[in-house]
Design a protein around this ligand. Sequence first.
Ligand code: PHE
Length: 341
Amino acid sequence: MKEQLEQIRASAMAALDQAADAPALEALRVKILGKKGELTAVLKTMGALPAEERPAMGQMANTVRADIEKRLEQRRSELSAQALQAKLRAEAVDVTIPGQPVQQGHKHPMYKALDEAKEIFIGMGFQILDGPEVELAEYNFTKLNTEEGHPARDWSDTFYLAEDSSVLLRTQTSPMQIRAMEAMKPPIRILAPGRVFRKDEVDATHSPMFHQIEGLVVDKGITMADLKGTLETLVKSLYGEDSVIRLRPHHFPFTEPSCEVDVQCFKCHGEGCPTCKGEGWIELLGAGMVHPKVLENCGIDPNEYSGFAFGIGLERMAMRRFQISDLRLIFENDIRFLSQF
Ligand code: PHE
């Protein structure tokens, strides 16, 4: 029996040294120390030994078992250290390899111009509003004093989304005037930038989708002078202190009186040049005093309150701001163009 135990120890030690991984170790443990293992089998024959030999053999068996277990444990930690090393090697990153340069993007010039305008109006106490691009004809036209049958409501100019002409892609940001007046009480000072849609062919100055910035102020005692002062502040901040604006009489159904506002050409200062097509002035926006009917449509008493509104063409404003000559450049997303700003 002594030889058998020695034999088991020797072959176990050799096998453990050879074990290549954790599953192999576990298989060996079962094979040697398990219930049906080699060592257990030897111990079961213990009963056949003479009584005086049993204690010594028992002790030896225990020592053999302890030795094997100790070696098993050693191997286990050796193997797991090896596995960790292998994993670390496999996952190693060479931090000295030069990286791929990342192309740094930046804001589109039109949104830069919009951000500047927002800053200027926020400085004057305006609140920025957002509104739906799919709009009710009620808001886009009717409540803006543009009754059914008005030429502006023609199907040839507007993208209608309902057979009965009740829903459309907004043709202007002016419905935000109504939404603002319905949602809040005077004093109101809001700026509502956003996309608008018209059935226009694309050319150097037209696009079926473009952007406007709607402005609305309603309070007691608001006059045309407030409108002019506000727009002058905008234009001087955007285009420089020496900028000059002029107000030309115009017609909009929802303002009375109405005007168009031009800025003096920054290239020729009013002389007339190719940039302003010889006019000396460049049209920038439409504006006027909010029509009393529009105030009434929104439950505001025109005898108590008055207001002004304006609608700026955002692309046009950005084109002036960055001296861009063709509207299509704004939408084409050509990186060679955009990276200049
Ligand atoms: N909504 C008008 C347009 O699209 C512009 C405008 C806005 C005019 C507000 C007056 C007041 O042309």
